[in-house]
Design a protein around this ligand. Structure first.
Ligand SMILES: [Zn+2]
Length: 253
């Protein structure tokens, strides 16, 4: 069987035995794959910085469908994203994106999601330290849209009547987005979504940015996104990287 050659991003990596590393890769053609990089710890020559978190390039995987752990022959790095480690806000944001990607991808090809994760990580790397939360929210909401869970923002998620674009509206995770006043009255669990927050989410879903978030706004958006992911992606295990990212904003405030 010829090796699988595919573009890949390192989402998780840990040392294995004295000499090797086990890596969780997001691949363009085979979804999430766990691979063993044999000798990666004692010979930097073979893998270089390819086995570092957030690195991206062309992976050559010795692939056997009946195996859980595949074998990494090579990873030719095109983007190391080493700047991710230079700022704690960037690093925790990148880890959050990696965690979401691992939770919502299987071993099926997901080229759209691969592009969304790539874009999210590139934006976080390029973000100024003050704007990493915005870059991460933008990347994560764009991933939500790619997965097909775009929340309703302009029409009521329940009855589809149009919503006043300038109004503060109710937002219901279970209904799937913003709801009109009469539908909101029948929904117990909901949040208020002010006009500016609705505009920001609309921008993020479209792949845009909303720099200059206040720390209170950033916190509210982080909470809303966490609840949305839990509701729609059936994520019930603790999202550890997400929690650390969210707490980082508390500390900074
Ligand atoms: Zn309604």
């Amino acid at each position: 069987m010829p090796p699988l050659v595919t573009e890949a991003i390192v989402l998780h990596a840990f040392d294995y035995l004295e000499t090797s590393r086990i890596i969780r890769l997001m691949t363009r053609d085979a979804g999430i794959q766990s691979v063993l990089a044999r000798g990666a710890r004692n010979s930097r020559k073979r893998f270089g910085n390819a086995v570092d978190l957030f690195a991206q390039g062309t992976a050559e995987i010795h692939f056997r469908p009946d195996r859980e752990l595949q074998s990494l022959n090579a990873l030719e790095v095109t983007r190391s994203r080493s700047q991710m480690a230079q700022d704690v806000g960037r690093f925790t944001a990148g880890s959050m994106i990696a965690e979401l990607a691992m939770r919502c991808t299987s071993d099926e090809p997901a080229p759209g999601l691969f592009d969304a994760v790539e874009m999210a990580l590139d934006r976080i790397v390029a973000a100024a330290p003050d704007d990493t939360v915005d870059a991460a929210l933008s990347g994560a909401w764009h991933m939500v849209a790619t997965l097909g869970f775009t929340p309703a923002l302009d029409l009521c998620a329940n009855c589809h009547s149009s919503l006043d674009p300038a109004a503060t509206v109710a937002f219901s995770h279970s209904a799937g987005g913003a709801v009109c006043a009469s539908c909101a009255a029948q929904i117990r669990s909901r949040r208020e979504l002010p006009r500016a927050a609705r505009t920001a989410i609309r921008h993020w879903i479209a792949g845009g940015r909303t720099p200059g978030l206040t720390s209170a706004d950033a916190r509210a958006h982080q909470r809303l996104l966490r609840e949305f992911f839990r509701e729609h992606l059936g994520i019930d295990r603790e999202m550890q990287a997400y929690r650390i990212w969210e707490q980082g904003a508390w500390t900074a405030a």
